[in-house]
Structure formats: C-alpha cells, structure tokens
Design a binder for this molecule. Sequence first.
Ligand code: AHG
Ligand code: MN
Ligand code: MN
Ligand code: MN
Length: 341
Amino acid sequence: MEVRPPLTLSSFILFEERRRARAAGEKGDFCALLASIQSACKIISRAVHRAGVDELHGALEHVNIQGEVVKRLDVLSNDTLIHFLCNSGQLCVATSEETEDIIRPPDYLTGEFVVTFDPLDGSSNIDAGVNVGTIFGIYRRISDSGPDGRQPGNIQDALQPPKNLIAAGYTMYGASTILVLATEQGVNGFTLDTGIGEFIMTHPEIKLPTRGKTYSINEGNSASWDKSTTEFIAYCKSEDESKKCYSLRYIGTMVGDVHRTLCYGGIFMYPADARAKNGKLRLLYECGPMGYIVEKAGGRATTGKMQIRDIQPVELHERAPIFLGSKLDVEQVEAIYAKNS
Ligand code: AHG
Ligand code: MN
Ligand code: MN
Ligand code: MN
C-alpha cells in the first residue's frame, strides 16, 4: 500500500503556489508571505488556547480606532502578525483593525504585497472560550517599487477594491485550529496538527451549496432593520409545501459564522440599519476578504445594492453592509433590494 505523507499547508504553499507564481512571472515571493502568516497564526492559536492558563484574558485600559475596548489578545495577535509580516521581506504596506494608520516595514524589507488583516475577530467572545479568528486579504502593491524594489508603499496601496485581491483567508481558533485559504485556484482548508506543528489539508476544494438551510444575523437589531432585510428574514422564517423554515445560527464571531456558512451553505448578514448606515463590519479586513473567499467557493457577497468586490474604499477603517453565502440566497436579497429601490 502506498503511504502518502499528508499534504501540509507548507508543502501546498511551496510547491503548488510557487509553480503558479513562476509560471505567471510574478514579482515577490508569495509563498514566503503566506508562510509568515501561517507562522503568526500558529502563535496566536497557542495564545488563544492557553489564554486562561497564561492570564491573557481581559481588556486593557484603552480603546482602538473603532472605539472598541481593546483585549489583551487583540494586542498580542496584532503585534505577532505585524512582526512576521514586516520580517518576511514581502510586505509593502499593511492595514490592521487595531492600528490607526498603514503599517510599513523598514525600507530595506519592503516587498511586493499588501495585507489587510483583522488580527483577532470576535474578541468579545474570547473570555467565554467561544471561537475567535484571524482574517487576512492579500493584494499586489500598485505604487512603483522603484529600481531596487524597496520603494516604500503608501495609503493608495491599501485602499484597493476587494476585486483586486489575489488571495484571502482566515484562521478559526476553536476546538481545532482551521486555516482556510482562497486563491485564484480555489478554496482549501487546513487543520493544525499540534503534534507536528503543521497545518494538514482537511477540507480540499471547498464549494458552497447554491441554497442553504440556515440564516445568520443578530436578531437583536431587528427593530432597526430596513424594509428589505425585514422582508428577507420573514422569507427565511416562512414555511410552505415547497420550503421549510431556515434555522437561525449566530455566534457573534464573523469567522465562525462564515466558516459554518462555507461548510454547510446558508447566508450570513450584517446589514445596514437605522443606527448604523454602513453596518458594523469593516470593508478592508472583514467584508472584502470574506467576500473573496465565499466567491471563490461559488457563493456571492453583496451590500444588498452592490457587490462587495466592487466597493472602492475611501478610508482604511470604513464599514460596509454585508450579505454573503449561498448564491441563490444572496441573489434573493439583491432582488428584494432592487424591488424596494
Ligand atoms: P472584532 O472582534 O474583530 O471587532 O469583530 C467583531 C465583529 C464580528 O466578528 C461579528 O460578526 C460581529 O462583530 C458581531 O457583532 P454583534 O455583537 O453586534 O452582533
Ligand atoms: Mn474589534
Ligand atoms: Mn472582526
Ligand atoms: Mn478584531
């Protein structure tokens, strides 16, 4: 019997992606960038799983640019990702939920790629031991890298629409640590084997069912929803001979709610409402990367009125309404918004 060693994320990145990048004549080392993100996620995973033991729960005294109380693990995760990205030699600029301005490595370490990231998503859940995650998106720089390729980047490199993404992914820290990576070739999931410290491919070629059976939204906001959201949620709850009512699933960590949607189908929503005209989730490091991943898995991502991929960001931390998941469910939301416009 042929014994095939498990396909690890490291080998996947090195062989699959390096061959593609060389064939495409791409500049920069995409594999080295992905390897730096993988290393950072392994360290964050260990910190999240040891948070109670190592007294890493709880909040610090200050609030971030979002106006949110900052948790100890927000800072640890942010610092870890900044360290690995800046030292990879592949980063032009980065944007983080936890950092007000763009992040640049020392000039001699400037590279070809732009990374947007949410270092710890769902941090309000961390002290209760509920799943949290890291979200990242990868672009190519658009500013000139100069004769030596080390020309520092600028904010325009960071303010790119999600349709320019060349890869995106998330790591979910839960009962197991799962890294899902989407590239132009498709979406694959890897589970961390802590015994050997490697992510092993466990979810090859993830594809979203075209219609789901669950809807995911914070029902506590229903009094503020607009007419179209209210109409679509009523459809989810309706039942007749042709359709059973959907089940509500919501854990309040985008990575967890999106991962379940990616695995089983359904629709995740954080719409605009009377109190938040652009919803809550941030375009560059939550809606954009998650929309890219879902699209590469055959799904769809919209604000209700336009596709997430087409939004041209104006500010680093701007927010966007989002409905993402199974294609037919999301198209139904878009049809309701079109009817009510
Ligand atoms: P973060 O912890 O990175 O600030 O993100 C929290 C987000 C997202 O993870 C989740 O979908 C949403 O907040 C939940 O918001 P509500 O608690 O308002 O439902
Ligand atoms: Mn936050
Ligand atoms: Mn988040
Ligand atoms: Mn966060």
